[in-house]
Ligand binder design. Structure first.
Ligand code: UD1
Ligand code: CA
Length: 463
């Protein structure tokens, strides 16, 4: 029997004090609820139904259209949320795993074990529990005199004695589907919060249908539920450690793991070296032999083999093998550095191609520019790509030599092999092989300084 899963993600998340829906808050750059879905998928669960509320559209955008969505119009509690899936699960006769969208730390192996344990035990319902030092906010597990499951009591409904219990409900369960829905239709919101509590189905199942099993899982870290930003920060730490460990074991060197931040979706090949204070964000891909940092930030960047990036920021750009960037440079979205290209110190480039072997060594701004192969862009070259209304293109063909401190007023084309004299402001195209000079000619006035010094009535000091 195939296992299906329901993910509860319709809650408002008021304790986050945020305009962003709780389950979309990122952990290692990936929305919280996406981590839950990843774990379910890795655990081999193919059918996944997400219960969404007012943030339905945002959640669907994040998770994609391969999943099923059910809308809970009013947030009347976790039991009410699961009830919304009754019609889509009408014909499902296998086990049903229910999990919260705000518990992103479960490992796939744990979910698999939970399902197996449920199936092996013959229980109607199995609840995953953990023991924690501080059970604040969680539902407490109340066991009967034989140590079996009796009921779950929420913090707000608990007596002082019940509140002392340190075994908590993780919010993850496996049910026999039809039995669960039949019990669910009978729960009532008779509690402090006037909500339909999903945990209330368990005593009904126990009394009417037979066995309810407690699956106590030792690792309380995995069950962490995120209700506020303190818990979000704790989850971030835990997830970061896991991601770092994964890449260290896969052959990546991190000189100082504590100051190396890698998002969940980044991909690193063996023999990548990450130096301290480095941020690898989004869908960044780094091929082997590359050395990144210190103080580098890459977001959605694609790097070939043996790229060197020091103290630089690279956003949404791709760098072919052997490129060198930095220090102190800013590669903005839409750039492509071909093999062996260099963008040195204090440069900014945007929506620009730098051809293979070309160099932009110092203090330049290139925007909307195409640089061919083996060109040299002198220090202080600026493309004037914006006329206040529109952006214009600059084309610099192969083997062009741009002298220092030039302005290239776009749109403009510099033909292959051309030279531009230092200090030129180029406003028209330069044919291949020509020299473009666009600066006023120098003149020297002989003995000027001496005459200046001997001039009568020269201004007094300080005036
Ligand atoms: C819930 C459990 C508690 C458990 C804890 C584990 C209930 C009544 N309480 O408490 O026993 O220890 O999780 O983390 O189940 N949601 C909906 N629709 C709703 C209400 C909630 O989809 O109407 C979703 C939320 O988006 C969230 C999840 O259900 O992802 C849990 O809701 P939350 O309000 O965070 O419950 P807790 O107070 O944490
Ligand atoms: Ca919660």
């Amino acid at each position: 029997m195939a296992v299906a899963a329901v993910v509860l993600a319709a809650g408002k998340g008021t304790r986050m004090k945020s305009d962003i829906p709780k389950v979309i808050h990122p952990i290692c750059g990936r929305p919280m609820v996406a981590h839950v879905v990843d774990s379910l998928r890795e655990a081999g669960i193919e059918r996944i139904i997400i219960v969404v509320g007012s943030a339905a559209k945002q959640i669907q955008e994040v998770l994609g259209s391969e999943l099923e969505y059910v809308v809970q119009e009013e947030q009347l509690g976790t039991g009410h949320a699961v009830l919304q899936t009754a019609s889509v699960l009408e014909n499902h006769d296998g086990p049903l795993l229910v999990i919260h969208g705000d518990t992103p730390l479960y490992r796939p192996a744990t979910l698999r074990e939970l399902v197996h344990s449920h199936q092996d035990s013959g229980a109607i319902g199995t609840v995953l529990t953990v023991n924690v030092d501080d059970p604040t906010d969680y539902g407490r597990i109340i066991r009967d005199s034989t140590g079996g499951f009796e009921r779950i009591v929420e913090q707000k409904d608990a007596t002082p004695e019940e509140a002392m219990v340190k075994e908590i409900n993780s919010g993850t369960y496996v049910f026999e589907c039809a039995s669960m829905f039949s019990a669910l239709s009978r729960i009532r919101p008779q509690n402090v919060q006037h909500e339909y509590y999903l945990p209330d189905v368990l005593p009904i199942l126990r009394e009417e249908q037979g066995k309810v099993q407690i699956f106590n899982h030792g690792d309380d870290e995995e069950a962490l539920g995120i209700n506020n930003r303190v818990q979000l920060a704790v989850a971030e730490q835990i997830m970061r450690n896991r991601v770092r460990e994964k890449w260290l074991l896969a052959g990546v060197t991190m000189v100082d793991p504590a100051t190396t931040y890698i998002d969940a979706e980044a991909v690193l090949e063996p023999d990548v070296t990450l130096l301290p204070f480095t941020f690898i964000e989004g869908h960044t891909w780094i091929a082997s032999g590359s050395v990144i940092g210190p103080f580098a930030r890459l977001r959605d960047a694609r790097l070939g083999k043996n790229v060197i990036i020091s103290q630089a920021t690279v956003l949404e750009s791709s760098l072919e093998p052997g490129c060198v960037v930095g220090p102190y440079s800013y590669i903005r979205p839409g750039c492509q550095l071909e093999e062996g290209a260099k963008v040195g110190a204090f440069c900014e480039i945007k929506n620009t191609v730098i051809g293979s072997g070309s160099k932009v060594p110092h203090l330049s701004y290139l925007g909307d520019t195409h640089v061919g192969k083996k060109a040299n862009i002198g220090a202080g070259t600026i493309t004037c790509n914006y006329d206040g209304q529109e952006k214009h293109q600059t084309t610099i063909e192969d083997q062009v030599f741009v002298g220092s401190n030039c302005n290239l007023v776009a749109p403009v084309e510099i033909g292959a092999g051309a030279y531009i004299a230092a200090g030129s402001t180029i406003t028209g195209d330069i044919p291949p092989g020509a020299l473009g000079v666009a600066r006023s000619r120098q003149r020297n006035i002989a003995n000027w300084a001496k005459r200046r010094r001997s001039r009568k009535g020269s201004p007094k000091k300080g005036s």
